[in-house]
Design a protein around this ligand. Structure first.
Ligand code: PMP
Length: 395
């Protein structure tokens, strides 16, 4: 068991995924051959536009939305910023002095930091509480809604602990509340981690805005999309050209868009089969980790958890130490839940929100699978993990 003769075992698919070969083949011609600007009038531009239209249809199919409701962005960070800042701007322009946002403390930083930024500018911010598994209780939402509520933004599935939030139930509550309001509450969900495994039909979910990212589902990096339901009050946040129905200025990333469209088409075709395969592997890993006396699984069980997510902590071992050893000794890529700033690991904000103390919140380990992982790889990982825990505990 040493790194030299061990090929990389990649168990960090929530961070990013490899580019699918079919996707790569499909987008390649648009990098060197068909490189026209889809806004140009000549035939090279029209060819690029036709390809973008085709990808837009693929995204619309994936979401069961209209062609015009898809806005391409540079990734989910931008989609989330556009959704949140864009809705608040629209409300402010309509004369609402202090619009309010409702969110959770376990959102991705592109949502949380955006909300906190807006709070500094005077926007109201409320948090829907999560339980010890990270799950919100939709019934509590009504208590937080006020006349000033402009936006509810709650992720579909969490990027650390994999908890799946009850988006449809929340959407129904918001829809009902909107029936009695002069100005509707807009409902946004960050579906980045969910898209590969869960139903993203926007009418099923009852959302107005939904964010996607290419590189989390075997598409290219630096491309994303925002679904914007027709009639949603939202304004652009960057100025420039009038691309993307005037909502997102900037020359389109044609190759990226082609790649995202194809990747989503492939996900759509294989989602059920992949979910079944990956969740079987996940349950096997969870069972093995549960047998390690120092280990504790964090987050919900089975169907409340993303099929590819395993999250745990080992009592007394910093998450970053384990990641380092797994990488250096065994060539296994896993992740901590903590973010790294100025060289020092910060406790995971998600674990803090679940009620864990600062020390425990630095012990989180995330393992995220993919249909390309094999049982043999996972057996090796478990063996390496047990060996490491034993060695550290003896120190
Ligand atoms: N939301 C979630 C839940 C994510 O996991 C990520 C990526 N870590 C993002 C948003 C940001 O996506 P992107 O890398 O496309 O900006």
């Amino acid at each position: 068991m040493n790194k030299k003769n061990q090929k990389l075992i990649y168990l960090d698919h929530a961070a990013t995924t490899y580019l699918d070969q079919t996707v790569q083949k499909r987008l390649k011609p648009f990098e060197r051959k068909d490189y026209g600007n889809p806004n140009s009038m000549h035939s090279a531009g029209r060819r690029a536009l036709a390809a973008v239209d085709c990808a837009r249809k693929q995204v619309a199919n994936f979401l069961s939305c209209a062609f015009q409701e898809v806005v391409f962005t540079s990734g989910a960070t931008e989609s989330n910023n556009l959704a949140i800042r864009g809705v608040i701007k629209a409300y402010q322009e309509r004369g609402v002095r202090r619009p309010e946002i409702i969110t959770t403390k376990i959102e991705h930083r592109s949502v949380l930091k955006t909300c906190l930024d807006l709070e500094k500018e005077g926007i109201g911010l409320k948090y829907l509480p999560v339980n010890s598994d990270g799950m919100v209780d939709p019934r509590l939402l009504l208590k937080l809604i006020s006349d000033s509520t402009a936006l509810v933004t709650i992720m579909y599935a969490n990027n650390e602990i994999g908890v799946i939030e009850p988006i449809r139930e929340l959407g129904k509550i918001i829809k009902k509340a909107n029936g009695l309001r002069k100005r509707p509450i807009v409902f946004h969900t960050d579906a980045v981690q969910a898209a590969q495994y869960l139903d993203c039909d926007i009418d099923y979910l009852q959302v107005d805005l939904l964010s996607l990212s290419g590189h989390k589902l075997h598409g290219p990096k630096g491309i994303g999309a925002l679904f914007v339901r027709r009639g949603t009050p939202i304004k652009p946040v960057q100025t420039g050209g009038d691309q993307e129905h005037g909502l997102r200025a900037g020359t389109l990333n044609v190759a990226g868009i082609i790649g995202l469209g194809k990747a989503l088409e492939l996900v759509f075709e294989s989602r059920l089969e992949n979910s079944k395969k990956v969740s079987r592997l996940r349950d096997w890993v969870i069972k093995e980790i549960s047998n390690i006396p120092e280990a504790k699984i964090i987050g919900p069980i089975q169907d409340k958890r993303l099929p590819n997510n395993i999250y745990f902590r080992i009592k007394g071992i910093l998450g970053e130490d384990l990641v380092f050893i797994m990488d250096n000794k065994f060539n296994i890529a896993i992740a901590t839940g903590s973010s790294c700033s100025a060289g020092a690991a910060e406790p995971s904000t998600v674990l803090l929100a679940l009620g864990l103390d600062g020390r425990k919140a630095k012990e989180g380990i995330r393992v995220t699978l993919d249909q390309s992982n094999t049982l043999a790889e996972l057996r090796f990982f478990i063996k390496a993990l047990k060996k490491t825990v034993k060695e550290i505990s003896l120190d």
